[in-house]
Design a protein around this ligand. Structure first.
Ligand code: ZN
Length: 480
């Protein structure tokens, strides 16, 4: 089985960090050995990939790559316009539909009526984009709930910011099963879809300014996705979250302030999960049963807390240290990865899709104009033209479960029992298929080639979007 190498970040300059709120884990599996960096490849020879128009693009100060896509959106923003910084060439689409209070989706049996989003008061929630305090009555209650859950939380010391290099002992501690350092997974981690050529479509870090553009394209093409939403973004865009939910997309937790969870205390992790679950419930009337760790930063302690709070973790497909299904799309805005490199990464993913016996899950974002423009203009059109035809669906449905199983209030407990102390604890005794190895690089530093068990590139940005539509307060952690 041959896996294409993803990414060419090793040749890139040090990451650009905008107003870095905190350091995340080093995550640099997209880095590749120098020999591979900057290499070009075309669609030729990629299984399932018909020959398309090959375009070579040179990006100032970034490696030149060539890519080929079988189909693009005729109305796509030209690649030359998808550049770092704030994009103004692509008009934003406003929220197209608002729903009166009491509306419920008709395609989810027993879905409760949605609350009135206009009554949502930010004053009732923690400050945006900051780890919530742990001494509030709400968090204290959630801490008690975790203690009462019957789930044993492993007594693991939080990691230091800086990822694997900053935590050499933890990085090699296989009993910790830290995905960031070696890709270790447990049975409870969802990293693929079981059926070959099935894509569990996901977008992270929204809802945001350009999310409606993505929703419009998905709707036009009858595609449903999974949205891992940041709690702070839900406060900023509650109507948009309702629109996503009513359109049939799966809504999942992606924390309140997008931290590296392994660096937090148990109580801080509970606060991140608790407030995210609460704001989603307050806007939609349902509570997600699935979550995704920011930066893919999960270990057994974080896993256990997530399960004690009734949620299953979804990461993304990782075949090897150098073949992780991460488009790296979030790094375009910061200028550390070119648009053509992201398309190359995606094409490599598509090449690997034919080589594996399962479906797959890819890391993409709806946070930036650039990531949405690439998704709607290039990645999704090409995916729709892929042969054999891909079955593209939300993660819960790629697991062959109905959408109603995505939420606590609508889940059918007879066919999809929720996690309990008795039925999930044994999963932690299973073996870890990945081996933890010290690797990675320091946050924001120059990339280090990953040759042995590299951390998967798991960085994703955090964007603070104010309620004023035009005001972008970027708090973006760009990690390589
Ligand atoms: Zn994220």
């Amino acid at each position: 089985m041959k896996f294409a190498v993803l990414g060419a970040a090793a040749a890139l300059p040090a990451a650009v960090a905008y107003n870095l709120p905190r350091q995340g884990p080093a995550s640099s599996a997209s880095s590749v050995p120098a020999a591979a960096s900057g290499s070009s490849s075309t669609a030729a020879g990629v299984p399932g990939y018909p020959a398309g128009v090959s375009v070579a693009s040179s990006f100032s100060a970034l490696p030149s790559v060539s890519w080929s896509l079988p189909s693009t959106n005729p109305t796509a923003l030209p690649l030359s316009d998808i550049v770092p910084g704030t994009i103004t060439t692509q008009p934003q689409i406003g929220a197209t539909t608002t729903f009166p209070a009491g509306t419920a989706p008709t395609d989810i049996p027993n879905a409760p009526p949605m609350p009135n989003w206009a009554l949502l008061s930010p004053a009732n929630y923690p400050p945006l984009d900051k780890p919530p305090p742990t001494d509030s009555p709400e968090v204290q209650q959630w801490i008690q709930d975790v203690q009462n859950s019957g789930i044993q939380i492993p007594n693991l010391e939080p990691t230091q910011p800086g990822g694997c290099p900053a935590n050499p002992q933890f990085a090699t501690d296989q009993s910790r099963c830290w995905w960031t350092c070696g890709g270790c997974v447990r049975d409870t981690d969802i990293t693929t879809c079981p059926d070959k050529f099935t894509w569990g479509l996901t977008y992270d870090d929204g809802p945001a300014l350009y999310t409606p553009n993505l929703l419009e394209y998905l709707d036009q093409n009858n595609l449903k996705s999974t949205m891992f939403v940041v709690g702070s973004r839900v406060i900023s865009y509650p109507a948009l979250l309702q629109e996503e939910y009513m359109a049939g997309h799966q809504i999942c937790v992606h924390t309140w302030s997008h931290p590296s969870l392994t660096t937090l205390t148990n109580e801080e992790i509970i606060a991140e999960f608790g407030w995210s679950k609460k704001v989603i419930k307050d806007v939609l009337g349902v509570t997600p049963l699935y979550w995704r760790p920011p930066y893919g930063d999960i270990d057994d302690r974080v896993r256990a807390i997530g399960q004690a709070m009734g949620m299953e973790p979804v990461i993304w497909t990782r075949l090897s240290p150098l073949a992780t299904f991460d488009t790296n799309d979030y790094n375009i805005a910061g200028g550390t990865v070119s648009v053509t490199q992201v398309l190359q990464n995606w094409q490599d993913i598509m090449g690997n899709v034919s080589s594996i016996n399962t479906g797959f899950i890819v890391l993409e974002h709806d946070l930036f104009a650039q990531t949405v423009d690439l998704a709607t203009g290039y990645i999704l059109p090409a995916a729709l033209a892929f042969q054999p035809k891909l079955d593209i669906k939300p993660v819960v449905e790629c697991l062959n479960k109905p959408m109603q199983d995505a939420y606590l209030e609508t889940n059918d407990n007879s066919t999809n029992p929720l996690p309990t102390g008795s039925n999930i604890s044994p999963t932690f005794t299973s073996g870890a298929p990945g081996s933890a190895q010290a690797s990675g690089n320091t946050t924001g530093g120059a990339s280090t080639p990953q040759k042995t068990g590299g951390a998967s590139s798991a960085a994703s940005p955090l964007l603070a979007v104010g309620t004023a539509a035009a005001a972008l307060l970027v708090a973006c952690s760009v990690l390589l």
